[in-house]
Design a protein around this ligand. Structure first.
Ligand code: ARG
Length: 595
């Protein structure tokens, strides 16, 4: 038996009960095991429960055999192999097998976690590509892209923690006919662009100006079209102009990524130019393209239902569909990815479903080898429940939004008088941790599929399930060891003389909560939902508070002098801090020791 220091408890119990089912009823050995945590809060029902007896009873009945669920539960209990995780098993109710975790196992798992750090649960390693953020050049990077950036970054961090080989890809919208007019306009506004970088400060404005000329000036329009052609042909001056324009956006995007601590590799649509030509050839050779009104289209399957992809436009140009077909092929065939994740708003779900089906139809994707996910998310709403806009009705500039977050976070800290207690550096660290943390956490804590209301007031509230509350609780936990008057920096050394005791009901509850961590990481990565991890952090903080309220860690006399230090409990505090730190890292929250 392994010590299971970093195992998922649910997965371990699944294997225990799978063995029990196989031993008791070999004919049903393939039955999926059902393990659920017990959430009654009452110790007498145990910690986890196996719910397979009812389903098996039904199967027996269908086969003409009468066996009560209770009888089956008893047989399962009898056939469970012994496990270091399990203290005892009990049959209860209609036919549940209740599992009581072992305290010795829990104490050992927490000790080894403190000694060696938190080790990821082991999962089959994959090469994963996460396509996220992906804003468009010369257009505003809007709150939708902010959601994709935040969710995508956290998914990458989670999958990296689980030891997957992760490619973080920015599928930048850096190609298309709009560049014709941008280049033509650049030539007029900055004739010297080949020798000195054009000082474009506001690319959106530049875009608007060029669009206006495009719509009103026939001569300009003609030149814009010819620049599209010269760009596609690779004419050096046009390429240079295109690069200069892209660089302006690139710089803006980069400052946002730096502020949010996001790492991403640019591989825009332009990267796939030659691959678009070859994917069109592939589809043509497989006779999957059909002519429709001058265009060449591809249906996702033979039944010709749904919406076809437009692969070649009537003017011979390619589309968003073509670039995504080329990209998915590159990701599978050249990058050798077996898992591709697209973090893009829910409005594009038809697009991605069609791309996935079409890629399967032309044998780029093999569903038994490749996993593809469209990680979709809803829109961001303002506090009025309408689409998120500025007061004047414009789209919100992301840098302004982050600035506002910084301002509000400072106000929040000052309202608690923190500027009087913290050094200027500590205050600045806390301000950034709160500002960026609250924006990320507000996004991640909701089920991403729904729309969500952006409210600084709510996200800066220090009582609810917010980043502020979690960060404060974390600093409070860290201060306990610091204030004990003893040295806990070398935990391994402390552990050589102190063992973790879980005798008190609240100590035991806290330990079991912390040990759910690996289950949560696995669940989040299977379903690609991060709100489960947010809920877990909130639960850890709440259970910690219960523990701290009823178990003294440091005892003081009336004069405030320390008269007793419970080192086992301080180790529990340190374990709690470690679990929160690991979770915060995935959620992109920067914990601060003081705030
Ligand atoms: N640039 C696109 C947009 O802003 C998102 C691209 C997402 N990724 C992709 N492979 N299509 O809507």
């Amino acid at each position: 038996a392994n010590s299971c220091a970093n195992c998922s408890i649910t997965e371990h119990l699944e294997s225990v009960f799978a063995q029990a089912i196989a031993l008791a009823y070999p004919e049903y050995s393939k039955t999926p095991v059902l393990i659920a945590p017990v959430n009654t809060g009452s110790a007498k029902f145990g910690d986890y429960q196996c719910n397979n007896a009812m389903g098996l009873a039904k199967k027996f009945k269908e086969a003409g055999i009468n066996k009560s669920p209770r009888e089956i539960a008893t047989e399962l209990q009898r056939h469970c192999p012994s496990s270091p995780l399990i203290d005892k098993l009990e049959v209860a109710g209609a036919g549940f097998v209740n599992v009581f975790l072992s305290k010795a196992f829990a104490a050992e798992a927490l000790s080894s976690m403190l000694r060696d750090g938190i080790k990821p649960p082991s999962v089959p390693r994959k090469r994963v590509l996460v396509d996220f953020s992906s804003p468009n050049i010369a257009k505003q990077m809007h709150v939708g892209h902010l959601r994709s950036t935040i969710i995508g970054e956290s998914i990458c961090r989670l999958l990296e923690f689980l030891q997957h080989d992760v490619l973080r890809i920015n599928h930048l919208g850096d190609w298309g006919t709009q560049f014709g007019m941008l280049i033509a306009h650049l030539e007029d506004r900055f004739p010297n662009y080949l020798n000195e970088s054009p000082p474009i400060h506001d690319l959106q404005l530049f875009y608007k100006e060029s669009k206006l000329r495009f719509d009103e000036d026939e001569e300009f329009k003609k030149r814009a079209y010819s620049r599209v052609v010269s760009l596609q042909n690779g004419t050096p001056n046009s390429i240079k102009a295109w690069e200069l324009i892209c660089n302006v956006s690139r710089k803006e995007f980069q400052t946002i990524y730096e502020r949010l601590d996001v790492t991403i590799q640019e591989r825009g649509e332009s990267f796939y130019q030659s691959r678009m030509l070859s994917v069109v050839e592939l589809l043509r050779s497989k006779h999957l393209l059909e002519t429709d009104d001058g265009r060449e289209i591809m249906w996702p399957d033979e039944t010709k239902t749904g919406i076809p992809l437009t692969i070649v436009k009537s003017d011979g140009g390619f589309t968003y569909d073509t670039s995504d077909m080329a990209a998915i092929r590159h990701r599978v065939e050249e990058e050798k990815c077996t898992w591709i994740i697209y973090v893009v708003d829910a409005g594009q779900s038809t697009h991605f479903n069609t791309i996935f089906k079409a890629a399967e139809r032309c044998a780029i994707l093999n569903p038994s080898v490749h996993r593809v996910d469209h990680v979709q998310f809803g829109v961001v709403l303002g506090e009025d429940g309408k689409k998120f806009k500025t007061r004047s009705g414009d789209t919100v500039k992301l840098s302004d939004l982050l600035d506002e977050g910084m301002k509000r976070s400072l106000q929040q800290l000052e309202s608690r008088g923190r500027e009087k207690v913290l050094t200027p550096q500590e205050l600045k660290d806390a301000q950034e941790a709160v500002a960026y943390g609250c924006i990320k956490y507000a996004d991640l804590r909701h089920n991403r599929v729904g729309d969500y209301i952006f409210s600084f007031d709510k996200m800066l509230d220090d009582r609810g399930n917010t980043a502020v509350y979690l960060l404060y609780t974390y600093t409070r936990i860290c201060s306990i060891a610091r204030n004990s008057g003893e040295d806990f920096t070398d935990v391994a050394k402390v552990l050589s003389t102190v063992s973790i005791e879980l005798g008190h009901e609240k100590e035991w509850k806290l330990a079991k909560t912390l040990l759910k961590m690996h289950d949560i990481f696995i669940k989040c990565s299977k379903e690609l939902f991060l709100h489960f991890l947010c809920e877990f952090c909130y639960e850890v903080c709440a259970v910690f508070t219960e523990f701290y309220d009823s178990c003294y860690c440091i005892e003081r006399n009336k004069a405030g002098e320390i008269i007793g230090v419970n080192r086992s409990r301080i180790l529990l505090c340190e374990a709690t801090a470690a679990v929160l730190r690991q979770s915060f890292h995935i959620l992109g929250l920067k914990p601060v020791v003081k705030m």
